[in-house]
Unconditional design. Sequence first.
Length: 309
Amino acid sequence: MRNWWRDLGDLVLPAECGGCGRPRAVLCAACRTALAGAEPRRVRPVPEPPGLPSVHAAAPYADAVRAALLAHKERGALALSRPLGAALAGAVRAGLRTAVPAPRGGGGARGGPVLLVPVPSARRAVRARGHDPARRIAYAAAGELRRTGVPAGVLAALRQRRPVADQSGLDSRQRLANLEGALAVAPGCGRLLRRGRVVLVDDVMTTGASLAEAARAVRAASEPPREQTESADRDGQGSSNSASAFVYLGETWEGTGQQRKSPTTWRGGARHLVGPSKEADLRSAGGGAGPVCAAVVAASPDAFGIHRN
């Protein structure tokens, strides 16, 4: 019981800063500045894996930022999900500005809802940690985006279709081979991916192999069926048999995991169902096949090379 109460107390009032260890702070001011004090930047690993979308990161994966991410991922410092999510939200905004510029004079986001699709952790890792770090941070980022007027939700569409080896100790080529064909989109999610702007999200990018494989899986699943495309070309609208899409918004907690509230969708900042007749419009306005971009909290320092940005 003493350990249980201590863990519960750490969620409410953490014993130390997740970045530097200073007492009684989720993340102290200095570590918050290291995490989110600079403008997120485009990052490119070397070598850059084929199929990697444009990636933006909030900070280099080093020092206090690395410590905070490891505390959240490996030591269950769940209160860190909010500042980490805020940093990820900044990287998402930067990626969207580059990939889908806002129209002149317009204050709102273009192209339907933003769908944050987290790269999934291996099932054994989720069991060992008691939570999925990337998904938890994605929910926090979606909440931050909505608070600033961006209609965003989390679509946990990706699944591991086969076991993969532990990535630690593998070089970039070995990681690509290890992950090749490892991810797939869950049944029924392909159509949902075409209803908005897909942003792949993760906590850390090192070689980019995970994001490249996630992008491949999303592209493969989000291409509309040939007969649907031909019908849309003939009729000027999506198939009349399409069902309404649901994007999961909001967040609740159950133990160290997450459950999703009742399904809702967004368009123009308001909750409602996106009707099937709007599918072609969303694709032409920035949705469609494949991810728009990717965003991470942190990337390896080498990926920030100024000559590659």
